[in-house]
Write a protein that binds this ligand. Structure first.
Ligand SMILES: [Zn+2]
Length: 257
């Protein structure tokens, strides 16, 4: 970790010189000491509403394999969701999947701003710094976000093993979707189980959009990566596809001005 980055932001392999930067917005279910008094329920912290189980392990394996910097906030999204716009109603949830989050009830504006200042701003600043440093050094850079999702949501089973979420920029998504669909055993979600319209594309859109970087968000069903073998299989599969990216697919669409 770099000195300037506050403790809630973790940056691993910051000098990784591969062609990718990896972010894992929902890596952690930790409640930092200063937020414990709000009374986040222990049983909720063990579920997917608090974090993306398995996602950090896959992100770390990808970071190692691709020699990629990896950034993640070491705080549960129940405190604040770093993958939401600062003015989004889902930035700090009072319920998730129908389950109340009493710890966030009746927060005042001052507390909302404090969480933005302590968590959201430093995390996104750290991603900015990382990307700017790489662009200044002339390193080709694609941004990949790693998430996981629950197999059953509001009582409904989700058939996809993996989903690729993307907006109008299909450079990375196309490569991943083509590669994943080549395996007939896999059910691949194309902007499923989420799409940018669900407000889940904030981190990628903000950072890749700013520099016109190729980007995609990878969602893995969390029962696929519930143990080390699954995490390794998925990291290998995704890394094998990502390393096939060509200089053309990694190029920014417009020159830096
Ligand atoms: Zn997530």
């Amino acid at each position: 970790m770099r000195d300037a980055v506050p403790t809630v932001v973790v940056e691993e392999n910051p000098d990784g010189a591969g062609a990718f930067v990896i972010v894992c917005d929902h890596a952690s279910n930790r409640i930092p000491e200063e937020y414990k008094s709000f009374g986040f329920a222990e049983d909720a912290l063990r579920t997917h509403i608090a974090w993306d189980p398995g996602a950090l392990a896959v992100a770390r394996l990808l970071s190692a394999r691709l020699d990629a910097p990896l950034l993640w906030p070491d705080v549960s999204r129940l405190v604040l969701d770093c993958n939401r716009a600062p003015d989004a109603s889902s930035l700090i949830v009072v319920e998730s999947e129908g389950r109340p989050v009493p710890a966030n009830r009746a927060l005042d504006e001052e507390e909302r701003v404090r969480r933005l200042d302590q968590i959201h701003t430093p995390y996104h600043d750290a991603i900015d710094v990382c990307l700017k440093r790489r662009l200044a050094a002339g390193l080709p850079t694609a941004l990949i976000a790693v998430h996981s999702y629950t197999p059953v949501y509001f009582g409904k089973s989700r058939p996809w093993h993996v989903g690729i979420v993307f907006d109008e920029d299909r450079r990375m998504a196309g490569l991943l979707i083509r590669g994943l669909k080549a395996d007939p055993a896999l059910i691949v979600g194309v902007n499923e189980p989420y799409s940018p319209a669900d407000q889940v594309y904030y981190t990628v859109s903000r950072h890749a959009g700013q520099w016109d970087l190729p980007a995609a968000m990878i969602e893995i069903r969390n029962d696929e990566i519930g143990n080390e073998a699954g995490q390794r299989d998925w990291a290998d599969c995704l890394a094998n596809l990502l390393v096939t990216a060509t200089p053309g697919s990694l190029a920014r669409r417009h020159a830096m001005v």
